[in-house]
Write a protein that binds this ligand. Sequence first.
Ligand SMILES: Cc1cc2nc3c(=O)[nH]c(=O)nc-3n(C[C@H](O)[C@H](O)[C@H](O)COP(=O)(O)OP(=O)(O)OC[C@H]3O[C@@H](n4cnc5c(N)ncnc54)[C@H](O)[C@@H]3O)c2cc1C
Length: 561
Amino acid sequence: MAPTLRFDTHEVFNQSPPYENVDLFLSDAPLKDAVRANGAAGEAASLSAFGRQWGAAEMFALGRQANENLPKLHAFDAEGNRCDTVEYHPAYHRFMGESIAAGLHASTWSAAGKHAAPPAEVARAARFYMAAQVETGHLCPVTMTRAALAALSAEPALAEKILPKVLTRSYDPAFRPFWEKSGITLGMGMTEKQGGTDVRANSTTATPAGDSYSITGHKWFLSAPMSDAFLVLAQAPGGLTCFLMPRFRPDGSVNGLRFQRLKDKLGDRANASSEVEFTDAFAWRVGAEGAGVRNILQMVQLTRLDCAIASAGLMRMALTQAVHHCRHRSVFQKRLYQQPMMRAVLADMALDLEGAVALVMRLCRALDGAAGDAREAAYARLMTPAVKYRVCKLAPAFVYEAMECLGGNGYVEESILPRLYRQAPVNAIWEGSGNVMCLDVLRALERDQEAADLFGALAREASENLAGDAAASFFAATSEAAARALVGRLALLASAAALKSSAPPAIAEAFIRSRLVQPHGALYGADDIDAATAETLLQRVLPEIWRRGARRTGIADSENL
Ligand SMILES: Cc1cc2nc3c(=O)[nH]c(=O)nc-3n(C[C@H](O)[C@H](O)[C@H](O)COP(=O)(O)OP(=O)(O)OC[C@H]3O[C@@H](n4cnc5c(N)ncnc54)[C@H](O)[C@@H]3O)c2cc1C
């Protein structure tokens, strides 16, 4: 007779099965609609293949491993020689390999270093959004690599050396000079101890040395320290200048980057962020001396966009976990999903996510169209900081609310929610924090006539949605102190416009009514979303057919979705 196990006293029931083996694209109606509305309908099959790959149970397990096994700095070897290398868990390398193979780091660039043809931005954003749902830390070097190419265009001869190595779609983690590698990644260093926002206060110096420069100083944040080269800002004789600093000097010796320590961060654990000293580090100039801020801005526009896409991805994963759990969990003899107040909370969150997805994809279309359409270029300039401001700021409170939907399970590390929660604030903080984004919008309105014209057109559109005084006062305040209110409303209006062209009319109407006409409550679930719209919103988060398909096959049934 088999011995009775001591703890084998009960059957586990009324718990939700793991949310995995899903197609992250086909199960996501707001994403599918936004992709279609913004010109990338032809990518659907390949996005679904990506969605299935990244939605596999294995990828979720790797995401956990990459964040549980922190990168390790090896500043010295056993004999006391400098090493300055960082060791990552194999799961991190796997994510880097998959993202780079899929072109998340470069698919928006042509071989000539120009923007790839539309809908390159929208298609890549859809993939980036899905990847962010599974593991976000590794996307830091991925986004920096694709964005750095924008700044390198100021120095065509240098870009010619670097670009082919980035475009290979091959991830090569070896610590070797970039010219010997099959593929490379790029990082950036702007933030110093005395200033991150105010980069003009940078104290790092650049001394001309023939065709190159010798850089001495420090950076207080330098993420992804195993990147093959970094864009850095330093004070040259002609003023603040942008440089490209490789890990190896042209003679093959290790360059003068000395990593002091890795940051002990709230989240973003799979990704290493270092503090670094530069000791006579070799670097090439990128653009003219004194033009550093102008050059680096080319880059940050793209990283800011990616912050917003990644935040929307975190929100998406949090909400699908919540809806999935509530569909399985019963409380007081009823599924949580059927409890009126829970439905109100979930539907209200779904509405914010609908607005965020429609908005980021609309912004990507503007970038796709910017080269040939001045209005789209103005949209991208004006809206990038506004979108980063709204979407990145939504994410932390949103993820927290989703966590609460899972009750105690949501607070426990085995669920993905704690990781999403820790990750959520960083996108708002880095690459220009909230206030800085609002100042950028004010600056664009002041100095950029096309952006100001676009703003005027949006304000006129506001009067279609809002009555009399509300419309007149909607964009009234443009003072610095009131900038958050202004930029928040601008982003809401742009979300509503984006929803009108991508989502079912009832959703755009609910968004306008509960976010524009009435101010949205500080907490989710306080808006009176009608039952039919709530049902539409919840089915769009995760169709119930998925659950049926999952029961049958263990994987979302793509034919049915
Ligand atoms: C995980 C992580 C990774 C990072 N990786 C990198 C990296 O790889 N490379 C890099 O260069 N940097 C990196 N950073 C640094 C990041 O970009 C900066 O922290 C950020 O830009 C803010 O700069 P700061 O920390 O110096 O804060 P400050 O510039 O001191 O700003 C503090 C606060 O003041 C606000 N503020 C600033 N100016 C104004 C104003 N005029 N009016 C009102 N409010 C204002 C800001 O919005 C912010 O909220 C990273 C940061 C984190 C958290």
